[in-house]
Structures are given as C-alpha cells and as structure tokens.
Design a protein around this ligand. Structure first.
Ligand code: GDP
Ligand code: MG
Length: 404
C-alpha cells in the first residue's frame, strides 16, 4: 500500500518504517482507539490486486420500490442515430409534474441486497466458506471509499457488523448530509430530475425499440447487478444500480455490456475541462471501475437544460486525462486506500454479533475513526435476515430431553 517509487533502498527503508508504525499502532494503550489516515501520499504504491468482477445475479425494484428477483427494470441503451441531427434533449421537460422521487426518509440499508443473498446463498460458488470470508456491501459505499483520499467536501459514516464470519458494511447518513438533504435547494432538486430524464431519452424498455421520454420519472425503479470480486485479500460481494445494457454488444456478458449515463455542464474553456477531469471524472471512474462498466456516456447540458452533445468516456481511459496533472487523482491511491480500509475494518470488527456495530466515521482533513454501538439506531442487519441465516445452520443433533 505504500510507495514503491525510487530505488530499492528507499523502498526498503519505507517498508521498515511502515512496519515500525504498525507495531507502534498495536502497542498503543487500549484506551486510544485506532484510526486510519487518508492522505494520498500514504497510498501511492503499485495498483493492488482487483479481480474483474463477475455478475452473480440481479434484481429489480419497481415503481413502488418492491423487490423482484429478475431483470424487469433493466433498460436498453438506445442513443440517437449518429447520422441524424444529433441530440436536443430538454431535460427539464415534465418537471415537476412528472417527477416521482423515491422517499429518501426510508432507510433501506442493505435490505434488498440481503434478500438477494438469502435467496441465492445456496448457489454461491465456494459455498458458505466463501461467504464467511467475504465483505458484503453496496457498490456506492465502495465508491465513497475509493474517492476518500481526494475528497474535500463530504464526510461519511459506515456501519460494520460481522455475522457468521461475513463483514457487512452499510452507510449511515451523516447529520451534515441529512441537514443538506432536508434543505436541498429547488435548483438541486431539478438537477437531480434532469439526470434521470437524460436516462429516459437514452434508454428503451425493450432491445429493439426507441426511447419513450413521455412518461413519469420514477426514481423508485432500479435495476441492480450483484457481483463477486476481490480487492487485495478481501473477497467482495456487492451490488450496484446499472443504468442500461447495450443490446449491440450481445457477445459481451455482464457487466461488460453495461453502460453508465451521466450529465454534466457544457464546457467552454480549458479550465472547465481541467476541473471536470480532476473532480467529476474521478467519481465517474470510481463508480464504473468497481462494477466493471466499460463506458460512461455523458450528455452535456447547456444553461437552458438541453443536451446537445454526447461523449463516451471509456472507464479505462479516464485516468489518462489526469495522468500528467499534479492536482489530478491516481487510481492506485484510490484502490490502495480502499484495500487499507477493508483491512482496517476487518481487523477492528472481531466479534461475531449482528447486533454489534462498529461505526467508522470520516471527515475531510481527518483520519477515519471508530466508535462502538449496540442495537438501535445503528444495528442494520434485519431480524428476518439474521433468523433465516441462523435457523439455516446445520442444527446440533437433538439430545433426548428428560421427559422422553
Ligand atoms: P450509487 O453507485 O451511489 O448509485 O449506489 P449503488 O449503485 O450502490 O446503489 C445501491 C442502492 O442504493 C440502489 O438500490 C440505489 O437505488 C440506491 N441508491 C443510490 N443512490 C441513492 C441515494 O442517493 N439515496 C438513497 N436512499 N438510495 C440510493
Ligand atoms: Mg447514471
């Protein structure tokens, strides 16, 4: 996880220093809780092992946010014909009448993913032993970890519980994030609508058909892919929402056929582009790289809210835009930090107890810290999940009771 730049000697010295640090870390008196630093310079070593994620399955959420164990919510990439007049998408069309936003007060935690896992745990390659060593979470949570070394605005909190060996990570909305959400300016609310509206212009419901941008924009609807991967020594089982699949690449199996759609402001100066590469492209890269989505298609909106140009950014080429930028980001730093956090969490959450929560908290400019909690409000593994997984264990042989 540490720098390997420079000659062997300096590398060895650095390793030694690192070991000493770790040792000191462990020798600290028990009342100082451990913490994890987030400075990019600490994570600039070689890119860690990251297994190309493979799809295990999927599920859909409908207009009422109800779970279905199938791909009914998957949409099909259907951009305007390249020989035609080019796009002219009015992203504000239908706002606010046609907007049906998801109720953000409902805390879903990992519930939908846990339901998928409960229904498919018997079919996992590697069996219960594999799951017992895995980390289960949402892709979006991993995205936040990847971008942490470069994030200067928003902190995060991740709740962690170990249960039957598996480490579960579920985000907690920070008080600041909650306050921001409740005070969300109307313009920001409209911008959120516009992002979903863009998807409507670019996606069809069936492989052969064209987009129908007339209907409601209901953000309860989601198609989620469930994947298996590995970062460093950590097996991962995670799920992420996928915008659409490209029906023109039938040979490609998921996630290689998936496409991520984004909107961004039209840019008119090199300074605008530089900023875009430094900040937005980092978030786009982190999100799509994790899931193995090969392309992000951006729609650039003008001040009137119309998309008149599109550009495809291959995920694996995004880093090229900042490779020679001193103020750019580095994929190795992102992945090394994420791996270090997972190791930190793994060694911190030792007790196997679904009601016990280690809360990892981070604010920009500070290290990640930990606090320990039991039951409400932080425990997040639902009773239905814990009970189903517990009754599932090979039950001990019945010993005859005295009555028998
Ligand atoms: P993303 O990468 O941030 O889009 O998140 P994921 O792809 O990991 O999505 C995981 C689940 O969280 C899906 O069911 C999404 O519909 C849901 N989700 C994504 N973003 C948000 C959000 O901002 N608020 C809430 N409440 N749910 C979200
Ligand atoms: Mg999108």
């Amino acid at each position: 996880m540490f720098s390997s730049q420079g000659p062997m000697d300096s590398r060895r010295t650095k390793r030694k220093a690192e070991k000493t640090e770790v040792a000191e870390h462990q020798n600290k008196p028990p009342h100082t809780s451990p913490s994890l630093p987030t400075e990019p310079a600490l994570y600039s070593g070689p890119f860690p092992f990251y297994r190309r994620p493979s799809e295990l399955g999927c599920f859909s959420l409908d207009t009422q946010r109800q779970y279905h164990g199938d791909a009914r919510a998957l949409r099909y990439y259907s951009p305007p014909p390249t020989n035609g007049p080019g796009p002219n998408f009015d992203l504000r069309d239908g706002y606010p009448d046609q907007y049906r936003p998801r109720d953000e007060e409902v805390r879903e935690g990992l519930d939908h993913l846990l339901r998928w896992l409960l229904e498919h745990r018997g079919q996992l390659e590697g069996g219960p032993a594999w799951l017992a060593g895995a980390i289960v979470t949402w892709r979006g949570h991993l995205t936040k970890l990847l971008t942490t070394p470069y994030e200067r605005q928003e902190g995060w909190q991740l709740a962690a519980s170990r249960f039957q060996g598996t480490l579960y990570l579920s985000e907690v909305e920070t008080p600041a994030a909650r306050a921001q959400r409740l005070a969300r300016p109307p313009l920001l609310r409209e911008l959120m609508y516009m992002g979903y509206k863009f998807e409507q212009y670019m996606c069809a419901d069936k492989p052969g058909s064209s987009p129908d941008p007339s209907g409601e924009v209901n953000t309860n609807v989601a198609f989620c892919s469930v994947l298996r991967g590995r970062l460093g020594s950590h097996p991962l089982l995670f799920s992420g929402e996928v915008d659409c699949t490209d029906p023109h690449t039938p040979s490609l199996q998921p996630p290689a056929c998936y496409v991520e759609l984004k909107t961004s402001k039209e840019m008119h100066s090199l300074g605008h582009w530089r900023n875009f590469y430094r900040h937005k492209l980092l978030k786009w890269w982190a999100q799509s790289f994790l899931l193995g989505v090969p392309n992000v298609v951006a729609g650039f909106r003008n001040p009137e809210g119309f998309v008149c140009s599109l550009k495809t950014f291959p995920t694996m080429e995004m880093f090229e835009y900042v490779r020679n930028d001193r103020d750019g980001w580095n994929p190795s730093v992102c992945m090394n930090f994420c791996a270090a956090f997972l190791s930190f969490a793994h060694s911190t959450v030792v007790q196997d107890d679904p009601r016990l929560v280690h809360l990892f908290s981070w604010e920009p400019g500070h290290p990640v810290t930990v606090s320990v909690h039991r039951d409400a409000p932080y425990a997040f593994l639902p009773t239905w999940y814990v009970e189903a997984m517990t009754s599932d264990l090979p039950s001990p042989p019945k010993t005859p009771s005295p009555k028998d």
